[in-house]
Write a protein that binds this ligand. Structure first.
Ligand SMILES: Nc1nc2c(ncn2[C@@H]2O[C@H](COP(=O)(O)OP(=O)(O)OP(=O)(O)O)[C@@H](O)[C@H]2O)c(=O)[nH]1
Length: 509
């Protein structure tokens, strides 16, 4: 109502140059790309007359506003970025789990789409490459195949991976320069070796400026061999070594439980339960990739925007309450549609430094977040929510037999706003001490700032967190903060205690 009155009082507005949904560049801290999300934006804290032409969600940062509709402040982008960043899917899974079978199916089944494939081979013979060779030149889905054969992608941030991606970017940009209309790629698919920790691959996408600018990690898809997973999980290993099977499950945004054709129901259920004990919220799709690949809903594996804070927010939007960690009831079998819409926001969540992602806007465009930063220290520990819980309830009898030190935990509190400065410190300390063992984390945070409940989205892999300011807490939704941590040997008791302390009134030092 108030907004309607303001709109009526506002002087007649000129037509803006960019539609909502248009990809633009904004002069924030240097030129940054993003998507127009709103026309004639006004912050509730502004004077009644103040209104600005655009609200823009930056690809690598918060939602900002553009105070003028002028090329000095906001301008159109061309080439790849006029469509969005190229989504990158990482396929991981233990040796022989079925990654190549999945890749071949994606490339065969996705008619009308175009993918660049990056393979890495750990060992002398590029077998997967030979398998994929059949596809090159025969399938119109295959843009290019690059094989990186100097070892395991998991070990370091790799220059050859960066070079391969830059080549792909250049090819697509050249197509745009020639005026080809459907120049854009549908994605880059990276098949890791059976042993890889995908963390450093994700890191690569946050480190190189060009790669970060043009590409975004879309999701990590883990293929699990249902027949052998438990044996592999429990096999003898030298003390202190990382269990790659558990690690790959920990990282997964989507998990394909493959080879169910050679397992009975009891085996499948037992494996599911152990997977749930490691990663409480990953959607599990049972499948038989070699015999019934068409039952795998590719729409649920590709272009899922699992790393996109804006997407995470949109998913929360339709629900009665924020619930990040409720284990998705994926049921048995395949073919459950989730209906992933395109959405307007193509923001991506990587590479922003811990501090950097929290900065307000400078330059000509400004971050909405600048408001409310002046006051701090709210959140008096008066929440009445349930105590923080450990994920994976109900499977303890199984988990004890197949115990692994990789686990997920949930930090949760209802009814009060968290102190973001304290939370920043809390997370920063975990990252400082344990980033190697902290695989994945996500969160929806309700924070009290300047007497307003503010929503932040947290996304992270190892030492690469991103906290995105996402406006005021949605009206009508119960105030609740949820943070999921997945990692190895997490000190759950300590983290719960320290999380609770983020609600206590007091100094930030
Ligand atoms: N029974 C059965 N076998 C499968 C299924 N999916 C894949 N396989 C077989 O499992 C073997 C390994 O499959 P790949 O797709 O090469 O596995 P990968 O994960 O790429 O293996 P690496 O590249 O060695 O890590 C092949 O012989 C496949 O035919 C399935 O659903 N059921």
């Amino acid at each position: 109502m108030f907004q309607a009155i303001c709109a009526a009082m506002a002087p007649k507005r000129k037509t803006l140059r960019f539609e909502v949904g248009t990809r633009v560049e904004c002069n924030a801290q240097g030129w940054e790309t993003g998507t127009v999300v709103k026309h004639w934006y006004r912050d509730p804290s502004w004077t009644a007359k103040r209104v600005v032409p655009y609200q823009v969600k930056l690809d690598h940062g918060p939602t900002i506003f553009a105070p003028l509709d002028d090329d000095k402040v906001i301008r159109k982008v061309t080439g790849i970025l006029s469509v969005g960043q190229i989504p990158v899917t990482i396929l991981t899974g233990f040796l022989g789990a079925g990654k190549t079978t999945l890749l071949n199916y994606i490339l065969t089944a996705q008619h009308g789409k175009k993918y660049a494939v990056i393979e890495n081979e750990f060992g002398a013979v590029a077998i997967d490459n030979q398998l994929l060779d059949q596809a090159v030149g025969k399938l119109d889905t295959v843009e290019s195949i690059t094989v990186l054969d100097n070892g395991c992608l998991c070990c370091t941030v790799r220059d050859d991976l960066i070079a391969a991606i830059k080549d792909i970017i250049k090819t697509v940009e050249d197509r745009y320069a020639k005026g080809i209309t459907d120049a854009m790629l549908d994605g880059i698919l990276i098949e890791t070796t059976g042993m890889a920790d995908p963390g450093p691959i994700v890191k690569t996408f946050g480190m190189d400026d060009d790669v970060k600018k043009y590409c975004k990690i879309d999701g990590i898809v883990t293929v699990v061999d249902c027949k052998h997973f438990l044996t592999q999980l429990n096999r003898e290993r030298t003390d202190g070594s990382v269990n790659e099977n558990a690690q790959q499950v920990g990282f997964a945004d989507k998990l394909l439980l493959n080879k169910i054709d050679v397992c009975d129901r009891a085996k499948i259920d037992e494996t599911r339960a152990v997977i749930r004990g490691i990663n409480s919220f990953v959607p599990i799709l049972e499948c038989c990739l070699s015999k019934k690949p068409n039952e795998v809903p590719l729409g649920e594996l590709l272009a899922i925007e699992a790393f996109d804070a804006a997407k995470l927010l949109m998913q929360q939007g339709g629900q009665d309450e924020v619930n990040l960690v409720k284990a998705p009831e994926d049921g048995h079998g395949t073919g459950h549609g989730e209906g992933h819409g395109d959405g307007e926001n193509h923001g991506e969540g990587h590479g922003g430094g811990h501090e950097g992602s929290h900065e307000g806007g400078h330059g000509d465009c400004a971050s909405d977040e600048a408001h409310g930063e002046a006051q701090e220290g709210h959140g008096g520990g008066h929440g009445g929510g349930p105590p923080a819980q450990e994920a994976g309830h109900g499977h303890s009898h199984v988990a004890s037999r197949h115990d692994t030190d990789v686990k997920s935990m949930v930090l949760e509190k209802e009814g009060a706003g968290i102190d973001m400065h304290k939370f920043d410190k809390f997370l920063g300390k975990i990252i400082e001490e344990r980033s190697v063992d902290l695989y994945r984390y996500k969160g929806v945070l309700a924070a009290m700032q300047a007497d307003k409940m503010i929503l932040y989205i947290l996304q992270g892999v190892h030492d690469m967190p991103e906290i995105t300011f996402s406006g005021e807490w949605p009206e009508g939704k119960p105030v609740k903060t949820q943070v999921v941590l997945i990692g190895r040997k997490l000190d759950q008791q300590r983290y719960r205690k320290e999380f609770e302390a983020c609600y206590e009134a007091g100094s930030h030092s």
